[in-house]
Design a binder for this molecule. Structure first.
Ligand code: UDP
Ligand code: MG
Length: 313
């Protein structure tokens, strides 16, 4: 029998967290009485520096229920870091991470546990369809996975952060010390035996998405630049091609100048290349700077989160 920990990152989720607790407790009770997980399995909330009453609710619920615990981060560190804080803090032979907003199907956790009992080390929750997402989110998500595949990054299509990991895979994850965190890219790198389980993603049960466009773009950019240096190579290749073309053009200009009478002081041929090259150079420097910034943050090796309070953990 496995001891299960369920990690739920929360950022301003006061509207939904009671319902989430109700659903997760029902599930946990069922798993315990079915003899699939042991008695001291627990649900743990990670409060990612919420500004509303999320932590208060977590505390109240944890006092009422010993199978419920929580940690409070010292400030908002973002979903990925909150998740990591939870994964590294909670006890259990297997840990499931799930969003607080009930978009991921709670009952799929039972399927994950079954797979784990059958020997899987990592169980990915993959969503069947995105009908419940807005058209915009569907299209951007699709484009994101396409780009990331093109760049040769190994991620599971349509898998967010709903997954089960066993203790030894979490131990392996601890050795990935990067500060630029994109868990979806790192977990497949760990290896071990893995399976996918499919579920239908629902709409948010209550409250609003904490991933506005800005954050989605930032996660996508993080995912790409933390795992691939292909953008750098594209710029290098572009530079090389433009250099070769410029050489050819210079030959042409010299020939015109020496052997014909057509040579006119040309505005376009002077000014356009300046703009063109200027643009390319700035772009290249920008991308270089992006990676340099990452190196900068990695060498500082700042902690990824700080835990302010704990309850039942
Ligand atoms: N979340 C978090 N910190 C943040 C933003 C989000 O812990 O800074 C949590 C949030 O409470 C939720 C999960 O991450 O449990 C996913 O966020 P959300 O549902 O808003 O994202 P969406 O499903 O819209 O992509
Ligand atoms: Mg959501």
């Amino acid at each position: 029998m496995i001891r299960l920990g369920i990690v739920v990152p929360c950022y301003n989720e006061e509207q939904v967290i009671r319902e989430t607790t109700r659903r997760l407790r029902t599930l946990l009770d069922r798993l315990i009485s079915a003899g699939k997980v042991c008695d001291d399995s627990c649900i743990y909330y990670v409060d990612d520096g919420s500004h509303d009453d999320t932590w208060l609710l977590i505390e109240t619920m944890a006092h009422e229920n010993p199978r419920l615990g929580g940690i409070k981060l010292s400030r908002n560190r973002g979903h990925q870091n909150a998740l990591l804080a939870g994964l590294f803090t909670v006890p259990g032979d297997a840990v499931v991470s799930i969003d607080a907003d009930l978009q991921d199907d709670v009952d799929t956790i039972e399927v994950m546990v079954d797979e784990c009992i059958n020997g899987a080390d990592i169980v990915y929750g993959v969503r069947d369809d995105r009908r419940k997402d807005t058209y915009f989110k569907r299209q951007t998500a699709h484009a994101f996975y396409r780009v990331i595949r093109l760049l040769g990054i190994d991620v599971i299509y349509n898998h967010a952060d709903f997954r089960l990991m066993t203790r030894r895979t979490l131990d392996a994850l601890q050795d990935y010390r990067e500060v630029n965190l994109f868990l979806r890219g790192i977990v497949p790198l760990i290896g071990f035996s893995s399976v996918k389980v499919y579920y239908t993603r629902a709409s948010r049960a209550a409250g609003e998405s904490k991933y506005p466009l800005r954050r989605m773009l930032s996660l996508a950019w993080e995912g790409i630049t933390s795992f691939s240096i292909i953008p750098l190579r594209i710029v290098t290749a572009l530079g090389a091609v433009i250099f070769a073309l410029t050489l050819l053009m210079s030959f042409y200009v010299i020939i015109i100048r020496l052997f014909t009478e057509k040579a006119l002081p040309g505005w376009a041929s002077t000014v356009l290349p300046i703009y063109l090259l200027g643009g390319v150079q700035i772009l290249a420097i920008g991308i270089l700077g992006e990676y340099l910034g990452k190196v900068y943050r990695e060498v500082k090796a700042r902690p990824r989160y700080a835990i302010e309070k704990r309850i039942n953990v």
